[in-house]
Ligand binder design. Structure first.
Ligand code: AMP
Length: 275
């Protein structure tokens, strides 16, 4: 991969990179399309990264369908698909991990303490293999984007991060490879995340500025669904990712939800600009 990337660079071609864990859906494809618009060559990686799953999480049963992924990528015209083996990425006696400090410990980090260490490590490795000029991420994993931006700045990686909007199903459910775990009833219960985000939007539009009030109403909405179990509902500043007590006119905030529906953990968010 490195040899290929160096060759492309020698030909003055810009490389756009879309890192994924496969089982691709329209959300992933939107990133590939963005990359194709902005770069001369697009590389997609598929790697289910064991280092970002805790022992009790779903690494083993994470959905995989390489044939479907290859067909989809071929249809939209992806230049290169990079599918390294776990044993190639983490060779015997692998020793090196990348930790982005404060921002990895909050929110997702409170519930998945080693998750971002795994994410930062694999992306460092992939950046060194693919040598991308641009890397495309979904805003669905908003904190991941913030963590990787920080890592790129601190470690002086040269790739530019481009965050792309969340792609949703027609009824509002954010697309996710994990949606396949949901039963029919859970699939309809899962809509409560989107409903709670919409409720937040409405409250802000009606003039509510106190974070606690908005959050408690969102929590009530989610708790009205029996199969739900909230990890967190938070409002953070878009730039610093720090929690806020009240919303200030002209500022932008992430409204973030992490919630289990049955046994499936889902995350979703929306950016709201306060007028
Ligand atoms: P994953 O395969 O889940 O690791 O996701 C790979 C990339 O696709 C990440 O940058 C995700 O944020 C992005 N992604 C996943 N779901 C969506 C979605 N519904 N809309 C936009 N991007 C997404």
């Amino acid at each position: 991969m490195q040899r290929l990337s160096r060759k492309l660079k020698a030909e003055n071609k810009s490389i756009g990179f879309v890192p994924t864990m496969g089982f691709l859906h329209e959300g992933h494809i939107s990133l590939v399309k963005k990359s194709k618009q902005k770069s001369n060559v697009t590389v997609v990686s598929i790697f289910v990264n064991p280092a970002q799953f805790a022992p009790n999480e779903d690494f083993k049963k994470y959905p995989r369908d390489l044939r479907h992924d290859k067909n989809l990528l071929k249809t939209i015209g992806t230049d290169y698909l990079f599918i390294p083996e776990v044993s190639e990425v983490y060779q015997t006696n692998y020793q090196t991990f990348v930790e982005v400090d404060e921002i990895s410990r909050i929110l997702e980090g409170e519930f998945r303490p080693f998750h971002f260490k795994g994410v930062a490590t694999i992306l460092s490795i992939l950046f060194n293999c693919v040598l991308p000029d641009y890397t495309f991420f979904g805003q669905k994993d908003a904190q991941q984007v913030a963590v990787i931006r920080q890592m790129i700045k601190d470690l002086k990686f040269t790739t530019e991060i481009i965050a792309c909007p969340i792609v949703r199903e027609k009824d509002g459910l954010a697309m996710s490879s994990r949606n396949i775990y949901l039963s029919i009833n859970e699939r309809s219960d899962a809509l409560v995340l989107f409903k709670a985000l919409k409720l937040a939007e409405k409250l802000v539009m009606e003039g509510e500025r106190l974070a606690d009030i908005i959050i408690s109403k969102m929590i009530n909405e989610i708790n009205s669904i029996d199969s739900s179990k909230i990890d967190y509902v938070r409002i953070v500043d878009v730039d610093k990712f720090s929690q806020v007590d009240s919303l200030i006119s002209g500022s932008r905030y992430y409204f973030l939800i992490a919630c289990k529906i049955g046994n499936t953990r889902l995350i979703d968010n929306v950016i709201i600009k306060v007028s």
